[in-house]
Design a protein around this ligand. Structure first.
Ligand SMILES: C[S@@+](CC[C@H](N)C(=O)[O-])C[C@H]1O[C@@H](n2cnc3c(N)ncnc32)[C@H](O)[C@@H]1O
Length: 116
């Protein structure tokens, strides 16, 4: 899993957790490094709206490639993100994409569930 800097210490003793300081673009090499061949779930809160098109495309495609066939890419973004920031890329590589708004959350969020 990719964790933010600073959150790492509380997981250091947990043998189930592997921490890498790397970009989500590298997920395809990081999953095998952790001893797994494919992932059940990729959970992401990285800011897709800030990335150039090629980086969004590369991250979503790589994520699809590391997931098991019954896995899921679960991503959350703030609610004002547009489809062009993430959903269109998910629809390119995943067979089913569902998005839900959580307007009562602070800040309001949009959750994307993408299935291979
Ligand atoms: C808005 S913060 C979200 C923090 C946390 N995930 C949460 O939801 O509270 C965005 C985080 O994404 C990380 N990030 C940005 N670009 C990334 C990338 N290409 N790969 C991995 N992490 C990235 C940043 O370092 C930052 O910690």
């Amino acid at each position: 899993m990719l964790y933010e800097y600073g959150e790492i210490d509380k997981y250091r003793e947990d043998s189930r957790i592997h921490v890498y300081h790397d970009s989500a673009e590298q997920v395809q090499s990081l999953v095998p490094e952790s001893g797994e061949t494919r992932a059940d779930l990729v959970l992401s809160g990285i800011p897709f709206s800030f990335f150039p098109d090629q980086v969004r495309d590369a991250i979503v495609r790589s994520t699809r490639d590391v997931l098991k066939e019954d896995g899921m890419f679960l991503a959350y973004q703030t609610f004002f993100q547009r489809d062009v920031h993430l959903k269109v890329y998910m629809e390119r590589y995943f067979s089913r994409v569902r998005d839900t708004y959580y307007l009562r959350n602070l800040p309001p969020m949009r959750l994307y569930e993408a299935l291979p």
